[in-house]
Write a protein of this length. Structure first.
Length: 195
């Protein structure tokens, strides 16, 4: 609705939820996951290089069956690593976008063999900001934080730590070289999200 304002610029009020279309598609994605009897859908979010793909390489063999929707700006290198484990993988290249959104998942959901997997992992584009606000239809967001990134990430990027159901602290073997106070890091994580 436009408002006339004779003393300054025209003011336009936007009263519609800006993420409405994304949220609607996310709900449709979630319905597809539920109808396919998937036990859990997890959206993995982290900075680039935090170890999401390596974590999936370790997790996949421990599960009865899982699949991955792999998000990257370019290349299929991570998808190829996971495909080598003989699990269903589909690659989404965002061609510059810093996150996956529900419409991207919707574009692949009808071709993915959901009936063959108990667990679905959506590996988001490496970024601690943009992916946070987009619901993809997942059950849980997982944030992966590697020690070389520094201990300040939970307080500098609190939104993802607030929204995540799980926080994985990765690359613990590098603790002696990173100068990170692991106890302070955990304290900061729990201050941002006590759950």
């Amino acid at each position: 609705m436009k408002k006339s304002n004779k003393t300054g610029p025209e003011i336009i009020e936007i009263n519609e939820k800006i993420m409405k279309a994304n949220d609607q598609l996310a709900a449709e994605n979630h319905q597809k996951f539920v109808a396919s009897k998937i036990k859990g859908v997890f959206n993995l979010i982290s900075s680039p290089g935090a170890g999401k793909t390596t974590l999936l390489e370790k997790i996949a063999p421990q599960l009865s069956s899982c699949g991955v929707i792999e998000g990257d700006i370019a290349t299929a290198r991570d998808a190829e690593r996971l495909f080598a484990l003989s699990i269903p993988v589909v690659q989404i290249n965002t061609m510059g976008a810093c996150h996956l959104d529900a419409s991207m998942i919707a574009q692949v959901r009808d071709d993915f063999p959901f009936d063959q997997v108990d667990y679905l992992f959506i590996e988001n584009v490496g970024n601690l900001v943009c992916p946070t606000v987009y619901d993809l239809g997942e059950d849980h967001k997982i944030v992966v934080l590697s020690l070389p990134e520094g201990a300040d990430k939970p307080v500098k990027y609190p939104a993802i730590f607030r929204k995540a159901s799980i926080c994985v602290i990765n690359k613990l073997d590098l603790e002696p070289y990173c100068g990170v106070d692991l106890q302070q890091l955990k304290t900061d994580i729990y201050e941002v999200n006590p759950n």
